[in-house]
Design a protein around this ligand. Structure first.
Ligand code: PLP
Ligand code: TYF
Length: 396
């Protein structure tokens, strides 16, 4: 029976980790998978997380199941983090999920079961997993223009034109709230207002992927898209991930927040989200969400988290500048200053697939085939080497 099973292709991003691990070149550098690395090249456990975990271990009395929709205080904290006090809490149904991927998958399942016929519009380009998540729940999808032909800037006219002319009322639009993956190119506050007005006018449902809150300009600043959209749309779905901003990658912490027009609708939505979870994974894992709730319940730990998040965000910006400046000194004549306007971990380097291949084969520098670079994987110490090699590849 199983002999008919064909081999599935590896994940275009996570697959590179395996190749990297097997590479014996001591000069190897992994700029592919989106994880933050500190000065020493480690993906650290945040100090606030360690402190919260200590408290959890000391105070833990049970390993009993969580409610289907997750831990109540965690859900309240997620709501405040994402929406502040801008929306009446009774209009927001929050579901704790296993990571941002779990949040997106539950959103897709919710669309599929409750809004049959809806299609989802996805930015071109986007995170490699988005299409597969909606496909898995049989939600049809198509793409809207996002990146301009220069591969460095936002094609706002293209996006507005596609959403105006191609969508039907009731369709969903998947948006990256900030730190667009893979390009780092985000709309301005003014452009978000235009996009929000269009979503409202055309009765399109916003699904906002919020995987990098705090990595762009700050926790509240990065919620500009959420504010712009919920100001004018009375329905929206936000998918949060706390993998990056709490460094809790392997703990799988995320949430779906569904905004409805009124509290009665919201209660029905919450019940449907729970029904979907029951037949999927029954109830969510506790540890990661308990860490987040412990930190956000405590003023000192929250302050510590803000400081550590600011440190990560600031350091990524510094690495962007250092890369741009160091590239100038190589004499390769290729201006990378567009990286300075981009946000979060990623940017498109503009390297073509052959150059990406050469970087890997010849120099053991791993970036994604699209030319996406994880800036958060660079290191100050090895910047000269990285830039020399990138220059060599560009010059051919
Ligand atoms: N959405 C985007 C845009 C991402 O880059 C990621 C990265 O992992 C996710 C969602 C998924 O987050 P998680 O790792 O929490 O599942
Ligand atoms: O884009 C990235 O690198 C991160 C990590 O299937 C990631 O979002 C990549 C691929 C994947 C899951 C997570």
């Amino acid at each position: 029976r199983f002999s008919v099973v064909a081999t599935a292709p590896p994940d275009s991003i996570l697959g590179l980790n395996e190749a990297f691990a097997a590479d014996t070149n001591p000069e190897k550098m992994n700029l592919s998978v989106g994880v933050y690395k500190d000065v020493s090249g480690q993906t650290p456990v945040l100090r606030c997380v360690k402190a919260a975990e200590q408290r959890l271990v000391d105070g833990e009395k049970t390993k009993g199941y969580l409610p289907i929709d997750g831990q109540a205080d965690y859900r309240t904290h997620v709501r405040k983090l994402v929406f502040g006090d801008t929306i009446d809490a009774s209009r927001i149904a929050v579901l704790q999920t296993p990571g941002g991927t779990g949040a997106l998958r539950e959103s897709a399942a919710f669309l599929s079961s409750q809004i049959p016929g809806a299609r989802v519009w996805i930015s071109n380009p986007t995170w490699a997993n988005h299409q597969a998540i909606f496909a898995s729940e049989n939600v049809p999808y198509d793409s809207y223009r996002y990146l301009a032909a220069d591969k460095k800037s936002f094609d706002v006219d293209g996006m507005i034109d596609d959403l105006t002319t191609k969508t039907r009322p009731g369709d969903a639009v998947l948006l990256h709230a900030c730190c667009h993956n893979p390009t780092g190119v985000d709309p301005t506050a003014e452009q978000w207002n235009m996009i929000a007005a269009l979503l409202s006018e055309k009765q399109l449902l916003p699904i906002i992927d919020f995987a990098y809150q705090g990595f762009g300009h700050g926790l509240d600043e990065d919620a500009v898209a959420i504010r712009a959209i919920t100001n004018v749309c009375d329905e929206a779905i936000v998918c949060s991930s706390f993998s990056k901003n709490f460094g809790l990658y392997s703990e799988r912490v995320g949430a779906v927040s569904v905004v409805s027009a009124d509290s009665a609708t919201s209660a029905a939505v919450q019940s449907q989200l729970k029904a979907l979870v029951r037949s999927n994974y029954s109830n969510p894992p506790r540890h990661g969400a308990a860490i987040v709730a412990t930190i956000l319940d405590d003023a000192d730990l929250t302050q510590m988290w803000h400081a550590e998040l600011t440190e990560m965000r600031t350091r990524i910006r510094q690495l962007r500048s250092q890369f741009v400046e160091t590239m100038k000194t190589t004499g390769a004549g290729h201006d990378f200053s567009f990286l300075l306007d981009q946000n979060g971990m990623f940017s498109f380097s503009g390297l073509n697939p052959m150059q990406v291949d050469e970087l890997r084969q010849k120099y053991s520098i791993y970036i994604v085939g699209s030319g996406r670079i994880n800036v958060a994987g660079m290191s100050e110490d090895r910047m000269d080497h990285l830039c020399k090699v990138v220059a060599a590849v560009i010059e051919g």
